[in-house]
Ligand binder design. Sequence first.
Ligand SMILES: [Fe+2]
Length: 312
Amino acid sequence: MDKHTVAVMSDIHSNHRAFKACYEDALRHGADRFVFLGDYVSDLAQTRETLDLLYEIRDRYPTVCLRGNRERYMLECEQGSVSFRPGSKSGSLLYTFEQLRPEDLAFFGALGCFDTIRIGGMSVEVAHAFKEDDRLCFEKGDALIGQVFDGMETRLLLTGHSHRQYVARREGKTIVNPGSVGVPQDGSWLSAYALLWAEDGQFTVRLRQVPYDIRAVIHAQFASGLVERSHCWGISSLYDMICGREGTLRLLEAVSRHGDVYDETVWRREAERMGMAFTEEEVMEVAGKICSGTTYVTENEAAYITGHRGAR
Ligand SMILES: [Fe+2]
């Protein structure tokens, strides 16, 4: 009998605390193997701790690891085809790159961004994002997911990248996105992953949302030097994590529309216009309200949800 309990995790983005909480939750549910769909690093500060835990799991359990677009950026920087510089535009990636060791880059370089694996007596496709282009997201209900279903050669696809948890089904095929461990975009601060029970070609999926010490992550972001390296991006990533909403890309779009993406005064002005507060104390205050459930943020409210406006 071929029977497995598989923890499927994606988009950790250097959120070591959330990763550890999901790992422990998975073990409590009997996980005996792991599938990681990529984007292990960047945006949050604990690059080293995240990779060390990943290697520990890989050495202890049967584990599949894919490469995300963030690992591709790191490899491109190593090869010299892109460069990162201090500041909000790419300083966060520079910070991440500076934390890496040669063995991390060798690890990233050996990974593929999609594969077909065997789990519980069945073939399962795994991919970080859209196979043909790792920058493309697809969601339940959009046009691209139809194309993905059409291209599936197995009954089950595990995929990440959108940071949104869902299970989609069509004509006997299932797509599972476990969401994001580190920076979920499900409208909640809770860390997201999926458990898959597979036995003799049959499977059951359960989407999990797990609490963790988010205050420690905020503190690490300010204490690590990441916020100094990449001021607005570094703080904006924290709001995305706390609120479970995408604000950073909207900020980047606003900066790109209204000025030079390497001009910090433009970042600051646009971030303020979107309602962002900048100090650790202010970010902690917002986290306190959101995580205690006294403030809830809707999809249509301002991109930044600082507790000062755009939130209720
Ligand atoms: Fe990601």
